[in-house]
Design a protein around this ligand. Sequence first.
Ligand SMILES: CC(C)=CCC/C(C)=C/CC/C(C)=C/CC/C(C)=C/CC/C(C)=C/CC/C(C)=C/CC/C(C)=C/COP(=O)(O)OP(=O)(O)O
Ligand SMILES: O=P(O)(O)OC[C@@H](O)CO
Ligand SMILES: [Mg+2]
Length: 240
Amino acid sequence: MIAFSDMYAAWRHVFKLDPDRAISDEALERICLSGTDGILVGGSSGVTYDNTVDLMARIRRYEVPCALELTGADSAVPGFDGYLVPMVLNAGRTDWIVGRQAEALAEYGSFMPWELTAGQAYLILNGACTAAKVTEARTDLSADEALAYAQLADRLWRVPVLYLEYSGAFGDMALVRRVRDQLSQARLFYGGGISTPEQARAAAESAHTIVVGNVIYGDLPAALATVAAAKRAIGAGGSA
Ligand SMILES: CC(C)=CCC/C(C)=C/CC/C(C)=C/CC/C(C)=C/CC/C(C)=C/CC/C(C)=C/CC/C(C)=C/COP(=O)(O)OP(=O)(O)O
Ligand SMILES: O=P(O)(O)OC[C@@H](O)CO
Ligand SMILES: [Mg+2]
């Protein structure tokens, strides 16, 4: 069996599916057979055990790797290929950085499949997205501040995944590249506003892994077209 760390280290393109949003069987089949490297299951609100287990079971009809972003102990469903635990570096309150995670681990840590689990340091840079609002993130960062948060996660905490989150808006690719270029060991995930092949390609040339979410629900053909574009991108994806 392939280790989870080897699995996500090979991801250049993933789709993010939200358990709280409806998707037809036909659309799900096209997503799972698209050639994407993996499916991330996660959302900022309305994620429950029932809607997560339901979505996982539907994705499991296909061979595509599938990981869960753990946003609450209540929705920690067994059976995924891997688990990512978000910690929001620029959250307004410490409970979104380490507090809620520590509370969940105090209660359920002995049940954690650690060999399938990785920490995921989020830097949220679009103040209008749900995750920014929920965590009261300080998103008006200078480039130097963003780079400092990235160094903290990568070099001090040695978190294996750093996630630049612009959910709903296409981000600053020059900044994404600067962050990637200074990383020592973390893999850089970029997500936010990718809805065209050109954006997918630019993002895939700037980050190691790109995450495509909302466009799935608004324009499925556009979402599917991001896969080939990311795979054609030159450079970044192969190495952390
Ligand atoms: C694995 C398993 C079976 C274990 C069993 C034992 C068990 C229950 C262990 C507990 C595990 C654990 C450590 C849980 C901690 C969970 C927790 C409270 C984590 C904190 C998560 C966090 C910081 C959430 C804030 C929001 C955030 C960063 C979400 C990430 C996902 C995201 C940004 C999705 C995009 O959201 P979307 O809804 O699409 O947003 P838009 O509206 O902008 O589109
Ligand atoms: O939904 P979009 O804007 O594609 O962003 C993807 C992902 O980063 C959301 O967590
Ligand atoms: Mg979304």
